[in-house]
Design a protein around this ligand. Structure first.
Ligand code: SAM
Length: 348
């Protein structure tokens, strides 16, 4: 056990230190012996060796101390680098966590929005389906079409709006109807006018839709009642602003229009696309006319309605909006020279 302990200590002290101690012991013993034997020279030599060994020991200790100081500096530098790296890693993880939270919140908001829209869609559908079915049944009770009727989906007037439109035509008995934007409504209007002896002119800016409506009119044998005119979009200037609207030249031969259906041009052609309808056709309207303005629930159309009502004498909106359309009445008989005449400043 003692031997084991000694061996452990020897390992801890190191072989170089042990041999230095052993050499020192030998040199001290040798010096002492030489001095005792009066061998002065040998004793001085051994003493010199002893001093040299001590100096070497001191130098070695100094070197080791210097090495330890350098090691400490390196350890300090390493610790600084480690701290910086740790801080960087922590802030990167935190940033990532915040980003993930933001993404998660955005996703949850989007899901909630879609859910709200879907809920509203389902609610609207629950009311719209029976309403449109009822309107469709009533529409077909008024006519027996001579060919399959085109669909009233997509861009066309809804059955509810069509039903109200045809009711207005039957009750007002117009002689000349101008429709802005042809389609399914052209066929329904033509059937209604056939019954009461009126005439329909429908404008379309798109030749392919104009042709489609013309061929439907032919299939239904309604070409004697209704005509579709190609009316390419042209720049129309009103009160210093330029709109893209049907070329007014196609209206030149029309006078006494007593029913106007505004359902074009589509919003896609530009902002306030339907505002010019009344200012441009105004001078060609009869003194008493009915105006049906579809899509009156949209922002641009509402703005146009308000501007018309504010600027055109004799123009009123007698009722609330029905379906998606608004009904306006123009009665210039007896009213002062009105806004429509003053709006006759159209150039294209
Ligand atoms: C609102 S739509 C007119 C619809 C028509 N008054 C009706 O109720 O059937 C206005 C214009 O859009 C164009 N249009 C019609 N159907 C379309 C469709 N499915 N896609 C894109 N444009 C269409 C035609 O040029 C039409 O004159």
């Amino acid at each position: 056990m003692i031997v084991g302990k000694l061996a452990g200590r020897v390992r801890a002290v190191g072989p170089l230190t042990l041999s230095a101690v052993a050499t020192t012991v030998v040199l001290v013993a040798g010096t002492t012996l030489a001095a005792a034997l009066d061998a002065t020279r040998v004793a001085v030599c051994l003493l010199a060796l002893l001093v040299a060994l001590a100096v070497a020991g001191v130098l070695r200790v100094n070197l080791r101390l210097l090495g330890m100081r350098a090691d400490r500096r390196e350890i300090r530098d390493l610790r600084v680098v480690l701290d910086q790296t740790q801080r960087r890693v922590v802030s990167a993880v935190e940033r990532q966590r915040l980003d993930t939270e933001d993404r998660h919140r955005e996703l949850a908001d989007a899901v909630a929005r879609v859910q709200r829209i879907a809920d509203r869609g389902v609610r609207d559908l629950r009311f719209a389906v029976p309403r449109e079915v009822e309107a469709t049944v009533q529409l077909f009770q008024g006519f027996t079409p001579r060919a399959p009727m085109p669909s009233s989906g997509d861009y066309a007037l809804n059955p509810t709006d069509l039903l109200e439109l045809l009711f207005l035509v039957r009750s007002r008995q117009p002689r000349l109807v101008l429709e802005l934007g042809s389609g399914t409504s052209t066929i329904w209007l033509a059937y209604a006018l056939e019954q009461i002896g009126g005439r329909l002119i429908s404008l379309d800016h798109d030749p392919s839709y104009a042709n489609r409506t013309r061929s439907a009119l032919r299939e239904h044998g309604l070409t004697g009642v209704a005509e579709v005119r190609d009316a390419p979009l042209a720049p129309v200037e009103l009160d210093g602003r330029t709109y893209s609207w049907y070329d007014p030249a196609v209206l030149e031969d029309l006078d006494g229009i007593d029913f106007l259906l505004v359902d074009g041009p589509p919003a896609a052609v530009g902002p306030d696309s339907r505002y010019p309808a009344l200012p441009v056709t105004g001078p060609r309207l009869a003194d008493r006319a009915t105006i049906v303005f579809d899509d009156a629930n949209r922002k641009d159309e509402q703005a146009a309605l308000e501007r018309w009502l504010a600027t055109v004498d004799g123009l009123t909106r007698p009722g609330e909006m029905l379906g998606r359309h608004a009904v306006l009445l123009l009665d210039r008989a007896g009213s002062e020279p009105n806004g429509l005449a003053s709006l006759n400043t159209v150039s294209s």
